[in-house]
Design a protein around this ligand. Structure first.
Ligand SMILES: *C1O[C@H](CO)[C@@H](O)[C@H](O)[C@H]1NC(C)=O
Ligand SMILES: *[C@@H]1O[C@H](CO)[C@@H](O)[C@H](O)[C@H]1NC(C)=O
Ligand SMILES: *[C@@H]1O[C@H](CO)[C@@H](O)[C@H](O)[C@H]1NC(C)=O
Ligand SMILES: *[C@@H]1O[C@H](CO)[C@@H](O)[C@H](O)[C@H]1NC(C)=O
Ligand SMILES: *[C@@H]1O[C@H](CO)[C@@H](O)[C@H](O)[C@H]1NC(C)=O
Ligand SMILES: *[C@@H]1O[C@H](CO)[C@@H](O)[C@H](O)[C@H]1NC(C)=O
Ligand SMILES: *[C@@H]1O[C@H](CO)[C@@H](O)[C@H](O)[C@H]1NC(C)=O
Ligand SMILES: *[C@@H]1O[C@H](CO)[C@@H](O)[C@H](O)[C@H]1NC(C)=O
Length: 741
């Protein structure tokens, strides 16, 4: 018996040591979100320790497992936890949600002119210079000419932030007034712990929002012009949350906790991940607390297009931005020895040194006997003979970074063929371009049938094209979280944007690339979001008292609807391409108050106890007091959207709306409606009379239709309120789930 007992005890010890030994691998970082900060309260940090102790049962381990306490702008903490501890914490009173910290991804000269904001546009420079734009991104490169601070006074008095200096980051100035960095989970031990930008992304987005005007900016002569931000007098506060390993939830929340308390006006995020329930989504949580303080967050829609159902950052208090193409495209011309010329797409900064170069294809330069070693036609690594490639331009099938392979083999250039045309111009490490395979085939034929084939790839140049249209990569709706809110909200240029860059990065991002430019041309919804952020900041300089919802409404209802190429286009661009100049004078706005959001959250199924945690109140709000929010979507949103339950559902939607007069004192607005075939849209009443500013008027929009037939899955109409001076436009979009998304 004693022996058996001893064995059991030893076994238990063994078990305990196994558990202890594996603790660190099994623990994962979780966020414990606890709603608004409570005041007055016992020390928030003490409260976090007590909760962790009761979940873990060991004071020392509890202390070690905590990573960070959020306490300036909302309440919560990040900690390394085991599954059963997560369950215990989820049951604690005061805890809204517990979710694993995930990793998110980072998703101009010409662009501002294209949006109608020429250099001489009316500005409020004094107010602009009081506007602080927070950039949650990969940091900033201070030596860029876009961030010179000549002529700027000291930071606005409301600024309570910090400039954290370390390593290569030696300080801020009166343009970039703050900089912090977060790597709470230590996932980037090899990178310098400082706000410095070694990627280029953060520098690019910051200069697009608020960069100073720089004349003669270009990427080695390509796209030359004046590079400037949308609010060139604005101040920048940098919150570095993105590293080579991505951007973690815990870091994004820490940045929100600080930025809100630091006194910023607008937060711009060019990052995101898979859509999640609002209470487990750090961007939705952070932006919710920002919204309560009157700060608008503007976010990129994601780069998962053109597939539908891919839009990210879906909370109704966010402004979600899609990417469009400007009227400028980058073409790279190719010429062959037989006189044939063709246009490819790329960013080739190299000017040819000779009139013509010998030309060869991967197939003919092969040094492998069997396909098992790789695909020589596609110029796979280790399939080509260096002696056949050296000094030649190589034609390769497919697009898989062949520029790097050919560079290694001392080739003179590369022509890559692609099956589908693309609108994105990618930089190449050596002279190179992408062409569609139909033309590629002709080049291949020329190579096969000519004794000494020759060709040349010219330097890229900018050409005009008709625009705007939604960029291929821009994520499309419908969204999957709040089904009846249309996302993305608006679109802004995001294709081939020239803006400041970090000299610590290279043109291609490849460390073998020797080009460290001060400006670079890149594409992404990351590039479109700063345009919308700056437009919002610009509107705010004219209307400092407007709520984030009113500013977003003004940008949405004045947006330019785009050319419809495909039926689903509204799922790609929302209300249209922003028009900042018009947004200053929208006439009417669809405003949203905190109590509207409470009613909306109640309708979405959040109960009174959760609402009170979110608002940091004790039993103050009851869903029953607000009644269920009315109508199909339950929110006073500037666009109208419904996702049908299934393929055969009839359409029956009612949207209740309230508009606030921000135009002239006395005015009469008349409704006009564009309905697509198969949909009836009725506006009740169809005339709104205002006799003073800030007056509100209610109306409703009733949408009816039979089941949609055939392959149709989007029906879109338009509501437009007009007086003599304003046109207030809202898209009405019905989505039918044809396929499972
Ligand atoms: C601003 O928006 C761009 C585009 O979405 C994004 O890349 C960047 O990270 C954003 N910055 C902030 C502060 O959110
Ligand atoms: C500064 O940046 C350079 C270039 O990336 C790097 O080699 C150096 O280590 C950095 N300095 C510090 C102090 O980290
Ligand atoms: C083909 O050439 C490449 C480099 O030119 C070399 O790395 C590879 O080993 C060669 N393969 C064969 C099968 O000779
Ligand atoms: C080689 O790659 C190209 C382009 O991706 C493809 O079309 C072709 O079928 C491949 N060939 C083989 C033998 O796999
Ligand atoms: C050119 O020759 C290569 C190698 O024989 C072959 O794979 C390719 O299909 C030919 N191209 C054309 C267009 O005939
Ligand atoms: C492109 O458009 C701009 C303005 O729309 C015009 O000034 C310019 O001449 C055009 N360039 C070409 C090459 O057509
Ligand atoms: C409110 O919702 C939360 C989470 O769904 C749940 O845990 C809680 O019990 C609910 N409270 C009430 C009073 O229904
Ligand atoms: C929709 O209607 C069609 C034709 O009446 C029918 O074949 C199909 O099963 C229906 N689908 C659903 C999901 O009800």
């Amino acid at each position: 018996m004693a022996q058996i007992l001893a064995f059991v005890i030893i076994a238990l010890h063994l078990l305990a040591s196994i558990v202890h030994g594996s603790l660190d691998q099994e623990r994962k970082t979780y966020i414990v979100y606890m709603g608004d900060v409570k005041r007055p309260a016992i020390s928030t940090v003490q409260e976090h320790h007590n909760l962790l102790f009761s979940a873990i049962g060991d004071r020392d381990l509890a202390r070690k497992s905590k990573i960070y306490s959020y306490k300036r702008s909302f309440n919560g903490f990040a900690a390394r936890l085991l599954p059963h501890e997560v369950n215990r914490l989820s049951d604690e009173e005061g805890v809204v949600s517990v979710f694993e910290s995930r990793i998110n991804k980072l998703h101009t000269t010409r662009s501002w002119d294209f949006l109608g904001m020429t250099r001489d546009v009316a500005r409020k420079p004094r107010r602009e210079s009081d506007t602080i734009v927070a950039m949650f991104d990969s940091g900033i490169y201070m030596d860029s000419p876009s961030f010179k601070d000549g002529g700027y006074g000291p930071p606005p008095a409301k600024w309570k932030g910090k400039c954290v200096t370390a390593g290569n980051f030696t300080g801020c100035n009166n343009k970039v007034i703050g900089a912090r960095f977060y790597d709470l989970e230590f996932i980037n031990p090899d990178e310098e712990a400082s706000p410095v930008d070694t990627d280029g992304h953060g520098t690019h987005t910051a200069s697009t929002v608020a960069g100073d005007a720089v004349k003669g900016a270009s990427l080695y002569g390509i796209g030359r012009g004046i590079a400037r931000g949308g609010v060139p007098f604005g101040r920048i506060a940098v919150y570095k949350v993105c590293w080579s390993g991505g951007c973690t939830d815990s870091d994004i929340l820490a940045a929100y906790d600080d930025a809100i308390a630091d006194g910023v006006d607008i937060i711009n995020l060019s990052l995101g991940g898979r859509p999640r329930n609002f209470l487990e989504d750090p961007i939705a949580i952070g932006s919710f607390h920002a919204m309560k303080k009157g700060i608008l967050s503007s976010c990129s829609a994601g780069n998962e297009g053109p597939y539908i159902g891919t839009v990210q950052n879906n909370a109704p208090w966010l402004m979600t931005v899609a990417a469009t193409a400007m009227d400028r495209q980058f073409m790279t011309e190719v010429k062959l020895g037989n006189g044939m010329t063709t246009n490819g797409i790329s960013l080739n900064t190299f000017t040819p040194k000779k009139a013509m170069y010998p030309l060869i294809s991967g197939a003919l330069a092969s040094n492998i006997t069997k396909d098992d070693y790789g695909n020589a036609s596609a110029c796979d690594p280790r399939t080509l003979d260096m002696n056949k490639v050296r000094g030649k331009i190589v034609y390769c099938l497919g697009t898989s970074n062949q520029d790097y392979t050919i560079w290694k083999l001392r080739g003179a250039g590369v022509i890559m063929s692609m099956d589908e045309p693309t609108d994105i111009a990618f930089p190449t490490l050596i002279p190179g371009t992408f062409i569609i395979s139909k033309i590629g085939n002709e080049i291949d034929k020329y190579i096969n049938t000519t004794k000494d084939p020759v060709g040349v790839v010219y330097k890229t140049r900018a050409v005009n094209m008709s625009a705007p249209f939604v960029a291929s990569f821009s994520s499309r709706g419908p969204q999957k979280i709040t089904l009846n809110i249309l996302k993305p909200d608006v679109a802004a240029p995001g294709l081939s944007i020239l803006a400041a860059y970090s000299r610590l990065a290279t043109v291609t991002g490849d460390s073998d690339d020797r080009r460290h430019p001060l400006f670079n041309i890149i594409s992404g919804t990351s590039m479109s979001c700063p345009h919308a952020t700056a437009a919002a900041a610009y509107v705010k300089t004219f209307h400092p008292d407007w709520s984030p919802a009113a500013i977003k409404s003004s940008l949405m209802t004045t947006a330019t609807p785009m050319k419809i190429k495909d039926a689903e286009e509204e799922l790609g661009y929302g209300a249209g391409q922003i028009n900042p100049r018009e947004a200053v004078h929208p006439g009417l706005v669809y405003d949203t108050s905190l109590s509207d959001y409470i009613a909306f959250l109640c309708k979405e199924g959040y109960n009174s106890s959760l609402i009170n945690l979110l608002f940091g109140t004790r039993n103050k709000y009851k869903c029953s007091d607000f009644g269920p929010a009315k109508g199909t979507d339950g929110l006073n949103y500037p666009s109208m959207h419904m996702q049908l339950k299934d393929v055969n559902s009839s359409v029956s939607a009612v949207f209740y709306r309230t508009v606030t007069n921000v135009g002239f004192g006395t005015s009469v607005y008349k409704a006009s409606v564009k309905s697509p075939k198969g949909l009836s849209i009725q506006v009740i009443p169809d005339t709104l009379t205002f006799d003073k500013l800030h007056q509100k008027q209610d109306f409703k929009v009733v949408v009816k239709g039979g089941p949609m037939t055939g392959e149709t899955y989007v029906l879109s109409g338009l509501l437009e309120w007009t007086d003599s001076k304003h046109s207030v436009r809202s898209p009405i979009v019905i989505y039918r789930p044809l396929m499972h998304i």
